[in-house]
Design a protein around this ligand. Sequence first.
Ligand code: TXA
Ligand code: MG
Length: 351
Amino acid sequence: MDSKTKIISIGAQDSDERLTQLLAPAAEVIRRGGLVAFPTETVYGLGADGTNPDAAAKIYEAKGRPSDNPLIIHISSPEEAEEYAYTNEVYYRIASAFMPGPVTVILKAKPTVPERTRGGLETVALRCPSHPIAKKLISLAGVPIAAPSANISGSPSPTTASHVIDDMMGRADIIIDGGDCDFGLESTIISAHESEGVVLLRPGRITVNDIQALGIEVRVADAVTDRLREGEVALSPGMKYRHYAPSAEVILLDGDGKGRYEYISKIKGKVAVIAYSEEMEPYKALDGVCAYDFGSSEDKLGQAHRLFDILRTADKENYDVIFAPLPSTDGIGLALYNRMIRAAAHKIIKL
Ligand code: TXA
Ligand code: MG
């Protein structure tokens, strides 16, 4: 089964000409309705022709993803959105500040987007990535690329080619190995299709402050920080599904470094701890505890870059529990908080 998937490796030093040459077969696969996993500046995506409903069906099947969970359409320039959506002023303000880049905007869809690609919704998510491989692949394919994160549904998004290989070998036609993703968490999603206002549905590299600095009033959807209440309809269908969850129980500890250490040192069993670099040392002396370096407590970009790799690595070790610090919710912290409370299924212990 594995022999079905071809891996194409691309180095950062490859020239534009070489990039075109290496990506030509992948662009051909997209045009023919196949699946190509590719790197972006956020996480790896599993791409297919965004105008082809049968190709979208293949994505859902490969990921084991419910078909009511819509896909993001990746375009090669912000203006291309005109072809697929009813754009507005908010879209162009965000686009001129942050595209190409790690942001996705939800607009009312035009009929050019197949219903299956948008999970039956009236709206469509549009993103113009900045990663040179993603950009080149979209322009060579000559069609927009529908792509969710290239993981099996429910597991953390892949941030390295080896994560993609773990999940998509035998499922995708081509996996493009373009090295590690820069940011490491998925794009910021902003809903801008309603007259009632602009809503942040998923926090990411582009922060609430970044959006407000453009003079746009933005509300953070409750589901970003809270659990959906019984019967509540998710603004973004993806919010209602279990996410980023390793098979071990994940518990977030709300306290300082000393409090976390004291708590963990009393735990019996095979446990892992995700610890800030400056707090790593004492854990090394604890029996039965394996510590993963999350980066310095001040370095939120470093933490975002490492989080999914740590969760995937730890998941292979069959720990009883994985403990992690509860992040603050300011700036990029909100993106970390959002992913981590979902990995922990909202289990937080106040120390
Ligand atoms: O960084 C990213 O955004 C990555 C890379 C590959 O571009 N993509 C990504 O896609 O994270 P995915 O499918 O894993 O997450 C997209 C989220 C899902 O939760 C989905 O429900 C939501 O976006 N979404 C897509 N279209 C939507 C729409 N029209 N309205 C509301 N939410 C939407
Ligand atoms: Mg995803």
